[in-house]
Design a binder for this molecule. Structure first.
Ligand code: FES
Length: 317
């Protein structure tokens, strides 16, 4: 007796995926091939940035697959119509990684954010789908979608007052790029240059003036590591936690920094003098353990030397 072939529920073949365009174009997935049959439990591992989330969102029909083949329940999603995507999505439920949810958004806005990635879905449709309304639209949802257009501007002003942010520099940056195609990235980069980070109020201001969703902007801000949503210190202290540094005591160096200046990974001192960051290999393994303060590199560093380096920057103020 021969065993019957089991049809895979998920079949992925030569799947590629990119983000961005032009100089910012970045390949995230390359030639992914896999099959998953009913009852299988799959554990997806890999370093940060290796494309796990991208793959999950493609499998969840939350993004359009770009190249190759991606079949879920026999439906081809690569180049599939929005109807096909919606049909598959309904059978899957929803994929969430809690750390990907944006606190500033409601549940519906979080869901709508992924829908915005699909061209041809209007703001209103995205909100309606996120609210689970497929055919008949309830008045309240419609009204809410219409109101959203005016919320960003008011929110920007309110937050600017609360955060004591002067929106003038942000407005000037936006003015500069207003008529440019693909202006979101240069606007955000310009705003970060002005303020040192992206204040919440400027997100809403940008959304209003560029006529995009705030949630789209949060999507960009959380995807690109170059953007920061909190004020950062004058001195960025990077502690390498790569393998070579780790075995040579990088943990102790991190602890010494925390003891001395009072901040650990991704934290900033209250006086905005230091931000500490634990990072992966910075390419100076021969000098492990290594720290960097802004552009200066300190290799073969001991706990004692770390304290001295920190004191030097405290003195410089
Ligand atoms: S592991 Fe630290 S520099 Fe390479």
């Amino acid at each position: 007796m021969t065993a019957q072939a089991v049809e895979p529920l998920i079949s992925v073949s030569h799947l590629d995926h990119h983000y961005g365009s032009g100089k910012l174009r970045q390949q995230i997935l390359k030639d992914i091939n896999t099959e998953i049959v009913e009852g299988e439990i799959i554990i997806l591992t890999g370093p940060s940035g290796s494309g796990k989330t991208t793959l999950l969102t493609l499998l969840g029909a939350l993004r359009s697959a770009q190249r190759g083949s991606l079949k879920i329940f026999g439906e081809e999603l690569c180049g599939g119509s929005s109807r096909t995507m919606q049909k598959v999505r309904r059978q899957i439920g929803y994929i969430f990684q809690s750390h990907n949810l944006i606190d500033a958004l409601t549940v519906a806005q979080n869901v709508a954010m992924s829908l915005h990635l699909h061209r041809g879905i209007s703001r209103k449709q995205a909100r309606i789908q996120a609210a689970g309304q497929d055919v008949e639209v309830e008045d309240a949802v419609e009204e809410e979608a219409a109101e959203e257009e005016t919320v960003d501007a008011a929110a920007a002003v309110e937050e600017a007052v609360e955060e004591e942010i002067d929106l003038g520099p942000a407005n000037m940056v936006i003015d500069k790029y207003l008529d440019m195609h693909g202006n979101l990235m240069p606007v955000l980069q310009g705003i970060q240059e002005e303020y040192g980070y992206i204040p919440e109020a400027t997100v809403h201001l940008t959304a209003e003036r560029l006529n995009v969703y705030s949630s789209q902007i949060y999507g960009v801000l959380t995807f690109y590591a170059q953007f920061h949503m909190k004020p950062r210190g004058k001195y960025i202290v990077r502690v390498c936690m790569g393998t070579a540094c780790h075995v040579k005591g990088a943990g102790r160096i991190g602890d010494a920094i925390k003891d001395h200046i009072g901040v650990g990974h991704a934290e900033t001192t209250e006086d905005l003098l230091f931000t500490a960051e634990y990072v992966a290999c910075i390419g100076a393994c021969g000098m492990a353990p290594v720290i960097m303060v802004n552009d200066a590199t300190y290799g073969s560093i001991s706990v004692q030397k770390t304290v001295e380096v920190m004191d030097k920057y405290i003195e410089m103020g």
